[in-house]
Design a protein around this ligand. Structure first.
Ligand code: ZN
Ligand code: ZN
Length: 433
């Protein structure tokens, strides 16, 4: 069908005398493997996970396409997943971004008001006042949802609130009508073996929010402490989810124009992770989460691949997000990262086999690097691969950090990725005569 579309577009526009309209229109797929980039890892013989992994599909695409390095925000600047995605979709995160919590809340499907204040929350483990596990042993989505429900039902606060589970150990808190108190800090110490951080605040409005948050954390702790899920986890020797780490206060983002309107494309996102779903929703994508796609290590990558192929029949542009590569970096688990990269490669292989590549442009990259040695995001550039109709192939032979250094794209800012794809898709407008 895409081949026909491509030919039809070319035929229909012939004779119109408009150079722009005579271009063949291609479809586009942007694949983001979260936290893809890494640094040399001793355990992998000095290779990165992407270099070490067996990735026949991406390597083949590298030979057919062009490689490069991209800096999501700027060289040396570690980017969050939200700001990195905004930047890659062409938005200036410094102008647009008003905190993570709002995207998390959009991502779990909440419809929020302009004056709501949203936070991202981790279920965590506390023992004798010390945070011993910031992710409560990465409890399951089902467990988190049930615990969140118990909190929503049993905690009473002086303001209206919404508390719901997201994916894995993540949850979302919304304080209705409290947006003016957005200048609040967090209680997440960001390292294990320390007590929770004291919430900080920037003004009187935020001080009120902090008081509410402190009350919420304490009341939630009481609900969680003896919840049957935790009693069961205790018996099984697993870390209990008995504490809430709250961070990422966010209010409505400042999106000047939706991606779909700016590029005049019908766009869909295949995403499981709430935060990234929220970004996609905020910029106008229709968001799909196929059954089995969890955003965790157990995610069903093939279900995502099939969804992409199906959606490409109706949409011009598909964004596919794959999360667990990032988790493996955070967990400093190189072998796991290799395994996740290989899983992503199979997913990509299925997509490429099922579409007409000549009438499609595919870009594969990460939203940032999450090196195992850092256990967090770093400012290292991220590998980038672009392949499909019209692409001037370079001489690279495999997809990896160092091979990308000699690729034809060179080194670009994240914000140029979409324009490069759109130009190959025939959807950019000429500047000048
Ligand atoms: Zn990320
Ligand atoms: Zn991350």
């Amino acid at each position: 069908f895409q081949a026909e579309d491509g030919i039809r577009d070319a035929q229909e526009s012939r004779g119109l005398g408009d150079v722009y309209k005579r271009q063949v229109k291609r479809k586009g797929i942007l694949i983001i493997l979260d936290g893809l980039g890494d640094r040399p890892i001793e355990e992998l013989g000095g290779k990165t996970a992407l270099e070490y992994a067996n990735t026949p599909n991406m390597d083949k695409l590298a030979t057919m396409g062009i490689l490069g390095q991209q800096d999501p925000i700027a060289p040396g600047k570690p980017a969050g997943s939200d700001t990195a995605h905004l930047a890659i979709f062409g938005y200036d995160p410094y102008q647009t971004y008003r905190g993570r919590g709002f995207f998390e809340a959009l991502g779990v499907g909440l419809d929020l008001d302009e004056d709501d204040l949203a936070f991202r929350v981790n279920f965590a483990t506390i023992e004798n006042g010390i945070i011993t596990d910031r992710r409560a042993g990465r409890i399951s989505t089902e467990e988190a949802h049930e615990l969140a429900k118990a909190i929503q039902e049993n905690v009473k606060l002086p303001v209206e609130f919404i508390f719901v589970g997201a994916t894995g150990h993540r949850a979302v808190l919304v304080l209705k009508g409290m947006a003016s108190g957005y200048k609040v800090g967090e209680n997440d110490p960001h390292v294990e073996g320390k007590p929770p951080h004291e919430f900080e605040y920037g003004d009187e409005e935020s001080k009120k929010v902090v008081e509410i948050l402190e009350e919420f954390v304490e009341k939630a702790h009481k609900v969680l402490e003896h919840h049957q899920i935790n009693e069961k986890r205790k018996k099984e020797g697993k870390p209990v989810a008995n504490y809430l780490l709250i961070r990422g206060a966010g209010t409505y983002p400042n999106i000047p124009m939706k991606f779909t309107k700016q590029w005049k494309v019908k766009a869909a996102a295949v995403v499981a992770t709430a935060l990234v779903k929220g970004v996609a929703r905020a910029i106008g994508f229709d968001v799909y989460t196929p059954e089995g796609a969890t955003g965790e290590y157990n995610t069903d990558a093939m279900a995502k691949a099939k969804a992409v192929v199906e959606l490409l029949k109706d949409y011009d542009f598909i964004f596919l997000h794959f999360k667990p590569t990032d988790a493996a970096g955070h967990d400093n688990n190189p072998k796991k990262k290799v395994e996740m990269v290989e899983r992503a490669d199979e997913m990509i292989g299925y997509i490429v086999e099922s579409i007409d590549l000549e009438n499609t442009v595919i870009a594969i990259t990460g939203d940032h690097s999450t090196p195992c040695e850092v256990k967090n995001h770093s400012g290292d550039p991220v590998p980038l691969l672009i392949v499909g109709g019209g692409v001037r192939a370079d001489y690279t032979e495999s997809f990896g950090e160092r091979e990308c250094m000699r690729g034809g794209i060179g080194r670009v800012r994240g914000k140029y990725i979409v324009p490069i794809i759109m130009d190959l898709m025939g959807r950019t407008e000429k500047f000048g005569a």
